[in-house]
Design a protein around this ligand. Sequence first.
Ligand code: NAI
Length: 468
Amino acid sequence: PVKVKKICCIGAGYVGGPTCAVIALKCPQIQVTIVDLNQARIDAWNSPDFDLPIYEPGLVDVVKASRGRNLFFSTDVDKAIQEAELIFVSVNTPTKKTGVGAGFGADLHYVESATRRIAAVAQNSKIVVEKSTVPCRTAESMRTILEANCKPGCRFDILSNPEFLAEGTAIQDLFSPDRVLIGSLQTQEGKDACGALASVYANWVPNGRILTVGLWSSELSKLAANAMLAQRISSINALSAICEATGANIDEVSHAVGYDSRVGSKFLRASVGFGGSCFQKDILNLVYLSESLHLPEVAAYWRQVVELNEYQKSRFSKTVVDTLFNTITGKHITVLGFAFKADTGDTRESPAISLIRDFLAERAYVTIYDPKVDAEQIWQDLAEANPNLPLELIKKQVTLAPSALEACKNKEAVVIATEWKEFKEIDWQVVYDNMTKPAFVFDGRLILDAEKLRKIGFRVKVIGRGSQ
Ligand code: NAI
């Protein structure tokens, strides 16, 4: 197999950045160059004071240790492609917005243009690795494009190496992954390419955790893993609705069910719904794949996971309206948390966005506080989610606060939308003293001690608990 000395990663986002920064840290003998067309993003990765474009616990230390040594960030895509023996394609693959498969299929044009660029500029053979999450059999299209456009004498081996990191714990996940999955064609060349990539990971990942499979299985496994993870959340959320109607307690149910070793206790926490750039996109992708394979029952099964998630989000906003005496028009509501989950600044598909959209539709005033999301991102997300409301109007209804305590002052209700640890630790007595009465708290993440809050005087609604 080829000995990898130089790696290029196309796409300096949430996946390409942390993944390849960790490779650089763990493999000082390999030069890693992460490239992107987005100049501002590259500038942020290169910023002298390490003001990186994404927030991820531990990431700054990893970049500090390697940047300028064997880790480089650049917009010179062509040069990095030419120099590398192995190229990760880690570009975005969002859900298509228009055309065939709109709303379901993956938009593969970023993958395709990166692939075409590789074919156009490569002067020798390369191992090309799909890092992006793609529909099953995308590697075949990549191969066709590469082979039809490459210079004579160049050969390309394509591998699938999906990423299983979770935002918020990316560095930890990359340091000790449950598994690294590498898919290749089962030819000698395919196996050699697979060996070359496996030997990169072998610098820090135990051999038993590096799984090698066929290309199509690898591609499908990523969609399958996300679909099954999201399905657990939708299952527990579906049960949370039954709990609210019966007086059962979702935490107790989840604990009891999770104790069964066949089920397992992880990822069984009820909430206002899942968010993030991947779950919904990847399931819709699986739905689209199933439909195009003429498997409508399979498509319907997975589609319901997303529909239940939509139901959970709108059910929660309805609970807020119902509890506040059936109207929130003109009322002041605080939303604590805007990121799609704790320990990230990422807001893609964040449930907070849907909640706030619903509150604005009821003409409530909303105050938002999040420790890691910047103002510009919030305005951009709210503008996108409310295409019929001009931004000036949104800004009349929405205020951004500098702290959680400040955000709650003189409000009628506080809604927990993200499970940031600091929300558990607020002085809720002070919050209560400064709120309009009756003071309501809606815990969409099951992080607060409801009994304690009730003793202070709050009226509390928690997902998955009957009213008391
Ligand atoms: P992202 O949007 O943060 O980053 C993608 C980057 O690729 C952008 O900075 C964009 O400018 C760049 N790019 C697009 N086309 C390019 C081209 N032709 N040449 C150079 N740069 C180009 O996306 P993110 O979150 O990193 O996701 C990347 C892929 O990884 C997606 O397929 C996603 O499904 C998958 N994934 C994401 C996870 C996550 O937690 N965000 C986890 C596992 C997989």
